[in-house]
Design a protein. Structure first.
Length: 488
């Protein structure tokens, strides 16, 4: 091991070290002062961002080609750190109100984010597997951290059982891929497939299919999405917000590495399969969401649908598709966190009312919260000039550019369907009277107010000035390609 090896995992290394130190410091912090642990977690996340600008332009592998650093990996580092900061800000008041202000919450969150970053820095299939497990195990605990709430414990159990099942698919897929190519290094897999130096083609196809199933679970793509509504509904809302954004981004980081890089020579084989999964995911997520009366479950099916949209960029298999995926992940994260930030502001210490009726007349009670939620709903629908509109435009453009016009048409039609259940929330908030005397809202607090402001502003800025983010991710993808690495 040398300094160059350290550079390839510097941001996740800082985050992991910070999580370990925070875990030890938390032992010295009194139970009634766990907000200190939260603020220290924010410090660790910000410290993770410090080396990112210094590493831009550095493209190399390390630890015997197990890890890699490039501008795309650094983009994901920044994205995960920003999502982590917003999530911690949301937890300050929410966890205190719900009686789950436990110090271990924050180190677990940091460990999970470390796994996500490791997946983005992976140059080897084994590294991806380690990252998936490091991501998942803390999340299993976080989903059930609201014990003795039965729905929270049920959420953790379901996520654990199905997550372990999906990990089995992933590890078997890696084993079969190794059996076919004799290597687990992603770049070497691409080279051997391109040179037709694969021992057993059928074994390779089986391996790729199993890896797709394992990662499809993480991004909640149909038909591997069944766990999502129950887990999202039962988990604490702050954990759900983190899962819906960061976990999805990590899954797509791995999909980019494995399929757009490792299995790139097999594009003509896996592209139709991924395109069909994308179409099915968009249709299933949007159609089932139509019947939901619980906002949390509706956003769960919305998350499934948006995984389908992002899969369009994966199916494209081009630098344009990759650019669209990165842009959409950032815009989707800002929008979804804004929606969940408003959700954490509603309810009482006794619990949350996430039914649509609970949002009736919200504009008359809390006009700013209603305005932010409306902005999030418009963005998820894809209404200009929000971040969601810009993200969908670039994804549709990537689909048309690779002759996936039929997929773009399905995406447009399902976006039209989604307008019904997203705009229904706006109608309820602005045009309906509460069915009964509304319960008092919990006090916002500085952290929650800051999170709402950050996400709302980001949703608007990305939509109004998309060129700033688009240029950044475009240059990142170009830089990776020009450095001699496969264009992720």
């Amino acid at each position: 091991m040398n300094v160059n090896d350290i550079y390839t995992v510097l941001p996740p290394l800082i985050l992991a070290a910070g999580a370990v130190i925070l875990l030890l410091i938390d032992l010295l912090i009194p139970r009634e002062s766990k907000s200190i642990t939260a603020w220290l977690a924010i410090v660790v996340l910000i410290a993770t961002l410090v080396p990112v600008p210094m590493l831009v332009g550095r493209h190399q592998t390390g630890f015997s080609q197990m890890t890699a650093v490039d501008d795309v990996a650094l983009f994901f580092d920044a994205l995960f750190a920003c999502i982590g900061v917003v999530t911690v800000l949301l937890t300050l008041r929410y966890n205190q109100d719900r009686g789950i202000m436990r110090g271990e919450f924050y180190p677990l969150l940091l460990f999970s984010a470390t796994g996500m970053m490791l997946m983005a820095h992976a140059a080897n299939l084994l590294t991806i597997f380690v990252g998936v497990e490091l991501l998942s195990i803390p999340l299993y605990i976080l989903c059930g951290i609201a014990r003795p709430r039965v729905d929270s414990e049920e959420s953790a159990m379901k996520y654990f059982l199905l997550g372990a099942f999906a990990s089995g698919f992933l590890v078997y897929g890696i084993a079969l891929t190794y059996g076919a190519t004799g290597t687990t290094q992603i770049a070497e897999i691409a080279r051997k497939i391109g040179a037709k130096a694969v021992g057993d083609t059928l074994l390779l196809f089986a391996g790729a299919a199993l890896i797709l199933v394992g990662l499809g679970f993480k991004v909640a793509a149909a038909p591997f999405h069944m766990w999502t509504p129950d887990v999202y509904e039962g988990a604490p809302t702050t954990v759900t917000a983190f899962m819906a954004t960061a976990t999805k981004a990590a899954g797509f980081a791995a999909l980019l590495r494995v399929f757009v890089v490792g299995f790139a020579p097999l594009l003509s084989t896996w592209q139709p399969i991924v395109a069909v999964i994308s179409a099915v995911t968009m249709i299933a997520g949007n159609v089932i969401a139509l019947s939901q009366t619980n906002l949390k479950r509706m956003l769960a099916y919305s998350s499934i649908a948006h995984a389908g949209y992002i899969l369009i960029g994966i199916a494209a298999g081009t630098p344009m598709g990759t650019t669209a995926v990165l842009f959409y992940l950032a815009s989707y994260a800002a929008t979804t966190l804004a929606a969940f930030a408003v959700m954490t502001s509603l309810g009482t210490v006794a619990g949350e009312d996430q039914s649509l009726d609970g949002y009736a007349g919200l504009f008359r009670r809390k006009p700013l919260l209603a305005a932010v939620m409306a902005l999030a709903m418009f963005s998820l629908t894809g209404v200009p000039p929000t971040a969601g509109f810009a993200g969908k435009y670039f994804l549709f453009q990537a689909a048309v550019g690779t002759n996936l016009v039929w997929l773009a048409i399905i995406a447009v039609l399902t976006s039209a369907i989604s307008a019904y259940f997203y705009l229904r929330v706006v109608v309820v908030m602005f045009m309906q009277e509460p069915a009964e005397k509304p319960q008092p809202l919990s006090v916002a607090g500085f952290g929650r107010s800051a999170a709402i402001a950050i996400t709302a502003i980001a949703t608007l800025v990305i939509g109004i000035l998309p060129s700033t983010l688009l240029n950044f991710v475009t240059e990142a993808v170009k830089a990776v390609a020009s450095a001699g690495h496969p264009p992720v």
